[in-house]
Design a protein around this ligand. Structure first.
Ligand SMILES: [Zn+2]
Length: 252
C-alpha cells in the first residue's frame, strides 16, 4: 500500500507529463481514497472498465484515455455523469496519462507496440517526436506490405486495414499508436516504407497509393493496449501494489 500522493509522484517522475502539450489533463483526474493498494489498468476510462475495476476491488484505475478532453462542453450529464457517479460512489482514484504514456521509451504505447511487433526504433519523427522509425529487431526485411500486414495480424490478434499500391520490400517501418493518421506525411518524409497506426481516414489511402508507402491501420484500441499495463506493472512492482490489466474489447 502507498499514499495516493506518492503514487502520483512516481507516475509523474516516470512519464514526465510536463514535457508534453496535450489534449487533456495528465495525472490524477478524479480523486478517490488517500491510499492505493490495488490498481486496475486499461485503455479507456469507460463505464465498463470502471465497473470491472469495482468488481475487482480496485481503489485506483490507470488509463491512457481519461475522462476530460479539450473541446468537451464541461457538463456532467449522460455518460459523463454515469462514469463519475461510479468513481465517486466507490471512492476510486482515476489516473490518466495520454501523450506521456504514448511516448515513454520503454513502457509507452509506441515502445510496447514495437515490442509486440518485433520492431526496434532507431529514431523518432513527427509532432512532439512521438512517432517511431525503425526496422525488424532481427535485421531482416518484410518481403511485402502483405507480409507485414499478416505479421501484425498474428502479433496483435486482429485484422489490419492495408493500403499499398506496390509490392516493394519493407525495410524501414514507422509506427505511432492510436489515432495518428496525421503522422503519415511525416513518416513518408522520414523515409518510411510502411506506416503502422490504429486508424485510417480517407485522405491517407490516397497518400499511400500516390507516395508508394504502405499504410496499415490495426485498430486504435488494439494498438494502445500495451502501454497502460506496462506502466502500471512497473509502478506496482516499485511500490509493492497489486495490479490487474482489464481489456475491454473495442473494435475501433
Ligand atoms: Zn488513443
Amino acid at each position: 500500500m502507498c499514499e495516493r500522493a506518492e503514487f502520483l509522484r512516481t507516475l509523474d517522475d516516470l512519464l514526465q507529463p510536463e514535457r508534453f502539450k496535450d489534449y487533456g489533463p495528465n495525472g490524477l483526474q478524479v480523486e478517490g481514497r488517500a491510499q492505493v493498494a490495488k490498481i486496475v489498468s486499461g485503455v479507456t476510462a469507460s463505464r465498463a472498465l470502471i465497473e470491472a475495476a469495482i468488481a475487482a476491488h480496485a481503489d485506483t484505475i490507470l488509463v491512457h484515455h481519461g475522462l476530460f478532453w479539450r473541446g468537451q462542453d464541461g457538463c456532467v450529464t449522460g455518460w459523463m455523469k454515469q462514469r463519475l457517479a461510479l468513481l465517486l460512489a466507490h471512492d476510486i482514484n482515476l489516473f490518466a496519462y495520454h501523450l506521456p504514456l504514448d511516448a515513454h521509451p520503454k513502457l509507452g504505447n509506441n515502445a510496447q507496440l514495437g515490442l509486440q511487433l518485433g520492431l526496434v526504433a532507431q529514431s523518432h519523427f513527427g509532432e512532439q517526436d512521438l512517432g517511431c522509425l525503425g526496422q525488424r529487431a532481427d535485421g531482416r526485411s518484410f518481403e511485402s506490405a502483405h507480409e507485414l500486414a499478416a505479421h501484425i495480424q498474428m502479433a496483435i490478434g486482429r485484422s489490419v486495414a492495408l493500403v499499398s499500391d506496390e509490392n516493394q520490400v519493407i525495410r524501414k517501418v514507422a509506427w505511432c499508436s492510436g489515432g495518428a493518421q496525421s503522422y503519415f506525411e511525416a513518416a513518408i518524409a522520414a523515409g518510411a516504407d510502411a506506416f503502422i497506426t490504429g486508424e485510417i481516414s480517407e485522405p491517407q489511402a490516397h497518400y499511400a497509393r500516390e507516395c508508394g508507402v504502405a499504410y496499415l491501420a490495426c485498430g486504435h484500441h488494439a494498438s494502445e493496449r500495451y502501454g497502460a499495463p506496462a506502466v502500471a506493472a512497473h509502478v506496482a512492482a516499485q511500490l509493492g501494489l497489486a495490479h490487474e490489466f482489464i481489456d475491454i474489447d473495442n473494435p475501433a
